[in-house]
Write a protein that binds this ligand. Structure first.
Ligand SMILES: [Zn+2]
Length: 268
């Protein structure tokens, strides 16, 4: 495992180099891998092959400057489309704002430490106007602990839709969530919001494990950074950072299932 990783990491390309199957260990050049989308190496030192491109839809808007960098593993891309549709169903007119995913073949991406292996996506916060009416932002906005946009626009952090989004990611059974990075003051806000509402309370423990502010890097007070786990059957090819391995929560599906079972048992 270590030598395989060393081989993969040593072959790390500079920026936008095209990748081929010939750079993979022999096992991964054959069926069934030869047709698969592959996430190779670490999120902060990796690359990808046969990635899926995220496209805009009526429920999903891609930030202008991110458009060349919206390639990811299909699990991630499809999860973003699913959750965008679900939010729009629950709160009609909602449009999910998406920033960078990865380059077509992954590798270093300016402005990010990770986003290299097709497992990371930046997602803008849902916002309301000062009267609490939902609005669709077209750019990432920074919010303070009181939920006010720091740009003086009067926009507010939309606790309801931002919580819904986190809850949908947690409950998504097809993609496997690994982490959602968000600033501590907004994490607290979301958990407090959900804890105060019976319909959401049962997901708070699960969400608390997946939401965190990264200790190195930006605080993430202007977007969620969602990362999915290594895809199935690619665990030797794909790798987690040592920190992620150490602090890894149980898989989201398993965690939420356990929490839901617990909640069901507690019901009168
Ligand atoms: Zn990010």
């Amino acid at each position: 495992m270590i030598s395989l990783l060393a081989l993969l990491l040593c072959s790390r390309a500079s920026d936008a180099r095209q990748r081929t199957d010939q750079e993979l260990p022999e096992k991964y050049r054959k069926s069934p891998y030869a047709l698969m989308s592959l996430s190779v190496g670490l999120p902060n030192a990796g690359w990808q092959l046969r990635a899926k491109k995220l496209s805009a839809s009526p429920q999903l808007w891609i930030q202008d400057k991110s458009r060349p960098y919206t390639y990811g593993h299909p699990s991630l891309v499809l999860m973003l489309h699913r959750t965008a549709k679900q939010i729009a169903r629950q709160s009609p007119g909602s449009v999910l704002l998406v920033g960078d995913l990865s380059r077509e073949y992954g590798g270093p991406l300016s402005g990010h430490k990770s986003h290299q292996s097709g497992r990371d996506a930046d997602v803008g916060f849902f916002v309301t106007d000062a009267k609490g009416r939902p609005q669709n932002a077209r750019r990432l906005l920074t919010f303070d602990a009181a939920g006010r946009a720091r740009d003086g626009s009067g926009l507010r952090f939309d606790d309801y839709r931002n919580w819904l989004l986190v809850q949908l990611w947690l409950k998504d059974h097809r993609a496997q969530l690994e982490h959602v990075f968000v600033a501590s003051h907004l994490r607290r806000r979301l958990l407090d919001f959900a804890r105060a509402r019976p319909a959401f309370r049962r997901y708070v423990d699960a969400a608390a494990q997946f939401l965190r502010q990264p200790t190195n890097g930006l605080p993430h007070d202007d977007h969620f950074h969602v990362r999915i786990a290594c895809p199935e059957r690619q665990q030797e090819l794909c790798a987690d950072t040592p920190r992620a391995r150490k602090s890894k929560p149980r898989s989201s599906t398993e965690k939420v299932a356990v929490d839901e079972a617990g909640a069901a048992r507690r019901r009168p």
